[in-house]
Design a protein around this ligand. Structure first.
Ligand SMILES: Cc1cc2nc3c(=O)[nH]c(=O)nc-3n(C[C@H](O)[C@H](O)[C@H](O)COP(=O)(O)OP(=O)(O)OC[C@H]3O[C@@H](n4cnc5c(N)ncnc54)[C@H](O)[C@@H]3O)c2cc1C
Length: 160
């Protein structure tokens, strides 16, 4: 009988999680990749979506499609709600996944360095919804005047 292979659970299919999954492609492990979205978003191009130079589909690729050639990988779309490091289990709603090794790659959020009131003038730009919201604001005639002075916050302005 073949001994069971160690179970690696990766949370997050951003740059970090995708790279970790790829790096384990030839390792003797079973990999489970979880993300609350079914796509990988290429964040550096969010600005182009926010300014309507690209559409959301140009910067988002289904995780399963990108990693479809990796036989030791299972992908789930699920929002992780908790990690029990004692019993080594990841909880995502009703799904409970045991792990031997855990990779947490859930990204970062933007910060206003104690000045949350800046959010109205500098909305966050970390996900496609942020970009389409900024785009809507820029191109809607009613809000054009106020949005002209906004500056998205993300990328180099944000911190982990
Ligand atoms: C606008 C912008 C421009 C940038 N430009 C550049 C650039 O030019 N060059 C450069 O090197 N870097 C750039 N960056 C930075 C780079 O994109 C990030 O450093 C990188 O995406 C971080 O990768 P990550 O895997 O840590 O997180 P992310 O890419 O944010 O991925 C985290 C993933 O975790 C998932 N997730 C989070 N919480 C949960 C949960 N509870 N359950 C399930 N899934 C969850 C999210 O859905 C997401 O898919 C830019 C970033 C932004 C926002």
């Amino acid at each position: 009988m073949t001994p069971e292979r160690p179970n690696v659970v990766i949370i997050g299919a951003g740059f970090g999680g995708m790279e970790a999954a790829r790096a384990l492609a030839r390792s003797p492990v079973e990999v489970t990749l979880l993300d609350r979205r079914n796509y990988h978003c290429f964040q550096p191009l969010l600005y182009q979506v926010a300014t309507a130079a690209l559409s959301p589909a140009d910067i988002a690729w289904p995780v399963r499609w990108v990693l479809s050639r990796q036989p030791n990988l299972t992908v789930f779309m699920a929002e992780v709600t908790g990690v029990d490091t004692v019993s080594k289990q990841v909880q995502a709603g009703s799904l409970v996944l045991p792990y031997d090794y855990l990779v947490l790659a859930t990204g970062a959020t933007h910060s206003y360095f104690g000045h949350d009131e800046w959010a109205a003038a500098a909305p966050g730009l970390k996900q496609i919804e942020d970009a389409t919201s900024i785009r809507g604001g820029c191109f809607s005639p009613s809000s054009r005047r106020s949005w002209r002075r906004t500056k998205p916050s993300g990328g180099a302005c944000s911190h982990s």
